[in-house]
Design a protein around this ligand. Structure first.
Ligand SMILES: Cc1cc2nc3c(=O)[nH]c(=O)nc-3n(C[C@H](O)[C@H](O)[C@H](O)COP(=O)(O)OP(=O)(O)OC[C@H]3O[C@@H](n4cnc5c(N)ncnc54)[C@H](O)[C@@H]3O)c2cc1C
Length: 442
């Protein structure tokens, strides 16, 4: 502890802090708050020399227990003091920011300068750039714009046993060497600690128009989603909310209370282009729709409502167990129907919503808080859900990551040789296995 205090100052070492994220509470451990990348490197070097586990901690908005400390002997390294935007060149669509900058700050600074940082996972004020890179987070706009990694051109990180490295940088292309930037992206803190990143930005769309359509059931709604894709029109976002999610959240829908299966899409671009895309979306969404909403002007109200759906579903019974499987988009209807069927087999109410265009299903089992038997049934239901995802050719996690919650699932999803390759990568970069142990890999 004294040695850590010599690195970061005694005010920034705190013993006995319980570190957990939204999904999993942790155990008390030592929390250190380095001021810069050099201090992060010194902490990792100290931990490596003393065989102490290291847990990188961002905004703790993760949904898989990735930032949760499970070992009381571990050192939790919070990046919260690394908040500098080191450089921002709007005319070159480029920013270099430190790991502790909030995702909302990045988006805001870009927007103030006519630019856009498209990744928009749902906890922007709480989540940090480092955590968002470490989970390779997505969000509604990933459908058109891709996930976080698509906007990261370079990473500064501390690798074991305490070396500060830079891979990539303020350049848009780089194929020299193995793609360490991509490896660190989505590595959930198990390969290194991200201290800063170079981001690629893009000019902000002039207009964003929302279209919403309600269908009598999932079959009609999913057929509409496939019609949108087949029409060749490219929405910026294409989201779904099944009947159960609409039952929980539909009363506060900004255009009046809803009933049924909801599809929400966004058209963006220059004003005329956005209007054209909106009209094409309407054409594809109209057949079989019981109701359509297409406000003329840019309005964020539907998206603000969308941000509250998870909370509304939680509030329906007081708690929920949510997973984020992803399937090929043509299997979406099956995944949605089977989520409800799996819930019923375990005597649990179930519903789902998510990023339809990406086949990403936030499947949820509703629970009474404190009912241990229900929780056990939900855990069993989640295992069936993972089997379902794999049976449909999908993945156990489309964006939240494995963390500790889905530990072990990789062996179900991938062949032994592929899992062995993952282990070999982990061993090469973290030979002592001290970086976020017990996470990601089986
Ligand atoms: C309401 C809500 C909605 C959400 N919606 C979405 C969504 O639509 N799409 C989506 O993809 N995600 C979503 N998320 C989850 C998403 O993963 C997080 O919101 C966020 O991007 C993680 O950032 P964080 O800083 O909070 O990371 P944390 O939770 O602190 O950490 C996440 C993981 O990253 C590691 N980590 C953190 N910082 C670093 C670092 N600097 N270097 C290395 N490893 C690090 C941690 O060890 C952990 O494994 C949502 C979460 C909430 C609460």
């Amino acid at each position: 502890m004294e040695e850590l205090a010599r690195i970061v100052g005694s005010a920034h070492v705190e013993p006995g802090v319980v570190i957990g994220d939204i999904a999993v509470a942790g155990v008390p451990a030592t929390l250190v708050r380095p001021a810069d990348a050099r201090e992060v490197a010194a902490i990792v070097a100290w931990c490596y020399a003393h065989d102490v586990a290291i847990v990188p901690v961002g905004g703790r908005s993760g949904l898989a227990g990735g930032a949760t400390v499970l070992d009381p002997g571990a050192v939790a390294v919070s990046l919260e003091r690394l908040t500098a935007i080191r450089s921002f060149t709007p005319e070159l669509w480029r920013m270099e920011a430190e790991a502790g900058v909030s995702t909302a700050t990045i988006a805001r600074r870009a927007r103030e300068n006519g630019l856009c940082f498209p990744p928009d996972p749902g906890a922007p004020e709480q989540s940090q750039l480092g955590g968002t890179i470490a989970t390779n987070a997505g969000g509604p706009h990933a459908f058109k714009y891709g996930v976080t990694g698509d906007w990261v051109t370079g990473i500064e990180a501390v690798l074991a046993p305490g070396e500060l490295v830079r891979v990539g940088g303020p350049l848009r292309k780089d194929v020299a060497g193995y793609d360490l930037r991509a490896l660190l992206t989505g590595s959930e803190g198990t390969l290194g600690i991200v201290t800063a990143a170079w981001l690629r930005l893009t000019p902000a769309p002039e207009a964003q128009l929302t279209v919403a359509a309600v269908y009598p059931d999932a079959a009609a709604g999913c057929a509409a989603i496939l019609r949108v894709l087949a029409s060749g029109v490219v929405p910026a976002a294409l989201e779904f909310f099944d009947e159960g999610a609409v039952r929980a959240a539909g009363t506060t829908f900004p255009h009046g209370a809803l009933d049924g299966f909801l599809v929400v899409a966004e058209a963006d671009g220059a004003a005329a282009e956005a209007a054209r895309v909106r009209d094409e979306l309407l054409e594809a969404l109209t057949p079989a729709a019981a109701a359509l909403y297409a406000p003329e002007a840019t309005a964020r109200t539907v998206w603000r409502w969308r941000d509250g759906v998870s909370l509304a579903v939680t509030a329906a019974r007081g708690a929920k167990l949510s997973e984020d499987i992803a399937v090929p988009v043509e299997r979406l209807e099956e995944a949605i129907a089977q989520t409800v069927a799996i819930g019923a087999r375990h005597a649990l109410q179930a519903c789902s919503w998510g990023h339809a265009g990406d086949g990403n299903v936030h499947a949820s089992f509703l629970l009474d808080p404190g009912d241990a038997a229900q929780r056990e049934r939900a855990d069993r239901a989640a295992q069936e859900l993972f089997d379902l995802a794999l049976r449909l050719g999908g993945t156990v996690t489309g964006e939240h990551g494995i963390g500790v919650l889905k530990r072990g699932q990789l062996t179900r999803q991938w062949a032994p040789a592929a899992v062995a390759a993952q282990r070999a990568i982990k061993h090469a970069l973290d030979p002592k296995g001290l970086l976020n142990p017990g996470k990601k890999l089986p």
